[in-house]
Write a protein that binds this ligand. Sequence first.
Ligand SMILES: NC(=O)c1ccc[n+]([C@@H]2O[C@H](COP(=O)([O-])OP(=O)(O)OC[C@H]3O[C@@H](n4cnc5c(N)ncnc54)[C@H](O)[C@@H]3O)[C@@H](O)[C@H]2O)c1
Length: 322
Amino acid sequence: MTNHHETILVTGSAGFIGFHLSKALLKRGYAVAGVDNLNPYYDVDLKRARLEMLRPYERFRFYHADIQDLGALKGIFTERPIARICNLAAQAGVRHSLKDPFSYQKSNLEGFLNILELAREYRVQNLVYASSSSVYGKNEKSPYSVDDRVDHPISLYAATKKANELMAHAYSHLFGIPCTGLRYFTVYGPWGRPDMALFLFTDAILNKRPITVYNYGKMRRDFTYIDDIIDGTIRAIERPVAYDLFNLGNSDSVGLMDFIRIIEEELGREAEKKMMPLQPGDVPETVADIERSRECLGFNPRTPLREGIRAFLAWYREYYGY
Ligand SMILES: NC(=O)c1ccc[n+]([C@@H]2O[C@H](COP(=O)([O-])OP(=O)(O)OC[C@H]3O[C@@H](n4cnc5c(N)ncnc54)[C@H](O)[C@@H]3O)[C@@H](O)[C@H]2O)c1
C-alpha cells in the first residue's frame, strides 16, 4: 500500500518529464522534493516557468542542486524523510553526446551513483529511474522487447543509460534496494523539450524557417504522449519490486514524413524541408513491445498522435504568444 502523504524525491523536476511527474504526484496527494541544477543545455527560462507552475502546491519544495553533489542531496534526506526516489535528472539527447561526452559522465554516471548511494544509506522503499529506448541501439528485431540483448549502444548517451540499468542491478542485488528502470520512447507533449523534433519543427514552421529532415525522412519513432508516460511512471513508483525494467512506449511506430504532415495540417502551413542523411548515433526506427508493461504495471497508452500534437501546439501557441 502506498501512503499518499509520503515524500517522493524527483530529480530533474524542472525538466519536461520531471515537471509533469511532480505535478501529477502532488495532485495525487504526495509531497514532492524536487531537485534540479537548472543547467543551460536548453532555455533555462522554460525550466523556471515549469517550476513556477509547481509553486502553488504547498507540498512541493524545490532544491536547486546538482545530483553530482552528494552532500547537498544528503542534506535533503536529513531535513525530511524521503520514502521513494524517481531519478529523471540526466544529460539527455543522443546527438549532444558526441559533442559534450563529459556532461554525460558527470550527470548520468557519477550523478546516478550518488542516487544509488542515497537509496542505500537511507533505505528508500523504491527507486525508479529513467532509461531510454536508445539502449536498443543496433537491435534489428522489432518491436523492441526488454528480453532482447542490448549490448550494442550506438551513442555514449545510450551507453550511460544501459550502464544505469547495470548499476541499479548491482545495488539491488547487494543492498536489497528495489529498483525499476523505465525505457522511455520519444516522449512529447506540452512543455516539451526544445531540442526534440516536435518543438524544433513547430518553431521553424511558425517562424518560416526550413526544417531539417534526417535520414531523408526514412525515420520511424514510437512517439509516446507525456500523460501516458506519467501514468506508467507513477505505476512503477507505487510498485516496488527487487529489480525490473519496462518499456514505456506507445507501441506504434510513425514515419517521420507522416509526423511532419500532421504538424503541417494542424498548423495549416507547409514546412520547407531540408533533407539530410542519418546523423551518427541516431537509430532509424524505434518500436516498443509493451506486453510486460501492460501485464505487470497495467500500463495502457491511449493518446493518439494527432491529439497529442494538438495539445502540444495549443501549449506552444499560448506560451510563446502566437
Ligand atoms: N524525453 C524523452 O523522449 C526521453 C526519452 C528517453 C529517456 N528520457 C530520459 O528521461 C529523463 C527526463 O528527460 P526529459 O525529456 O524530461 O529531459 P530534460 O532535459 O527536460 O530534463 C532533465 C532535467 O534534469 C536536470 N539535470 C540534468 N543534469 C542534472 C544534474 N547533474 N543535477 C541535477 N539536475 C540535472 C536538467 O536541468 C533538466 O531540467 C532523462 O533521464 C532522459 O534521459 C527522456
